[in-house]
Ligand binder design. Sequence first.
Ligand SMILES: Nc1nc2c(c(=O)[nH]1)N[C@H]1C(S)=C(S)[C@@H](COP(=O)(O)O)O[C@H]1N2
Ligand SMILES: [Mo]
Length: 374
Amino acid sequence: MSKNPFKVYNDKPTTLDGIYSQAEVGLANRNSGVLLETLALDITPTGSHYLLNHFDVPLLDAENHRLKFSGSFREQLELSIDDIKALPALTMPVTMECAGNGRAGISPRSHSMPWVYEAVSTSEWTGTKLASLIDQACPKNDVVEISFTGADYGYDMGEPHFFGRSLTLAQIKELDILLVYAMNGAPLLPQHGAPLRIIVPGWYGMASVKWLTHIEALTKPYDGYQQVKTYQLKMHKDDPGIPIRNIRVKSLMVPPGVPDWSTRKRFVHAGEVNLVGRAWSGCGVPIETVEVEIAGQWRTANLSEKNDRYAWQKWTYSWQAEPGVYVLRCRARDMNGNVQPLDPPWDQAGFANNAAQQVNVFVGLEKSKVGPLS
Ligand SMILES: Nc1nc2c(c(=O)[nH]1)N[C@H]1C(S)=C(S)[C@@H](COP(=O)(O)O)O[C@H]1N2
Ligand SMILES: [Mo]
């Protein structure tokens, strides 16, 4: 018998079409998405923040946890959570999005977490600046990258590994990364990386390593699975790929009215309908405009100011809805001129699909109770 039972999956089909497999549904059950109605709020309620955990959630003991610095640092720091809490603290709202968000909307799709729209959320993260701590550990002159390793371990495509990622010193300097121990004013929950994670604002979520145990200064580029074998935009198997980093411009709306339970299609009462949503882009680039498409016409939404560099912006649009059947869409353009496409971009692994959201709405004259009974 082979020593590694997962080697067989080396030749799993990379793309699929049609109905979801039981394994995909199982992944979807483990990794919950944001409730789209909470997009009405600036900050996602903690229990609704999307989740993406590759392996099992490690249940770590905060009191005995140590963050170990190793490799080519002058100072081999070893810090407890209390040591980290004693450093200058900062709280920052950051919108996080999973690179796989939208995967279910492409065809054929890759066998992985089948997100539709819901792998995006905003939390207030509290921690200390990673760059200052790295300075304190003082990387030697031969350092090319710093790696970040989590406590979670498992297999992917036959390769066993701890989840880990790397960043260059220049990226660490540039990116306002936080070493985080609290989320929305409470200690991190186990599923969000307790007791310690990093948050890399403006990049897709894979860079924000949870359950952080080790920071290593490397003299050669990091070759961890989650850095080099995945999270690359590839058009075919032998494509060298482009590493995924910045979040692509995107917007979502709170589905208006009330839903049909199983299809999530909407019923809206004719008259004024206040559409509300959020828009965001990578690396703190502000949004320039959001447009809503109603009955084939794109209309400009009202966009709120950008108050927090790394948090999404709110938009609203007042729609005078007449009876009929509609597919509403929204799309954002950022200050760098990037616009959401109407058709999904395609790559082998179904990453970074920022195509405009579609919401099916039936507008009727029928009286419906929207909100609590009075
Ligand atoms: N150690 C570890 N860190 C991780 C992951 C993981 O599986 N293990 N998933 C990454 C991915 S792909 C995303 S999108 C974010 C999700 O963070 P959240 O579950 O707190 O929303 O965590 C990232 N950090
Ligand atoms: Mo992700």
